[in-house]
Design a protein around this ligand. Sequence first.
Ligand code: SME
Length: 168
Amino acid sequence: MKPLESIEFQTKKQMYDFMAVRLKAYLDEAPDWCSALGNASALFNALLKNINWAGFYLMKNQELILGPFQGKPACVRIEMGKGVCGTAALQQTTQLVPDVHAFDGHIACDSASNSELVVPIILNSSTVAVIDLDSPLINRFDEEDALGFEKIAKLLSSQLDWQTVLNR
Ligand code: SME
């Protein structure tokens, strides 16, 4: 089988459709949330070009706690409403940040990051996690990336047993 990194896609939509199919297979196979989200972050890292961090922050007692990811070690706790992740979690909206240095309150975990996309995962009106993607390029992410990851967030919301995540 061709390595994920070397698959060529004609369009971003094709890539996100492929990502969703693969993710669904990982979710069907994974015995628990840690395996599932670990493989999900590895899938994001393999399929997306020009990123330096890809992973999850998971809700626990009203704050975001670092979950499975690919990239350099990152800050472990983020308060609701703080940084790009905490803003996405609190407002329950996607944060598409073309230049992190222009985002008031951005939390710099990796000095290489210049743009960021954060998508909340919402279950029954509550934020249970966020997907966080960082790039060394300014303006790396666009509306299609946001839409692609919003679909991925919906898939994760419906397919994962979030009670086991919240009770961890
Ligand atoms: N930049 C994020 C912090 C997490 S790291 O990017 C992995 C933020 O401002 O919330």
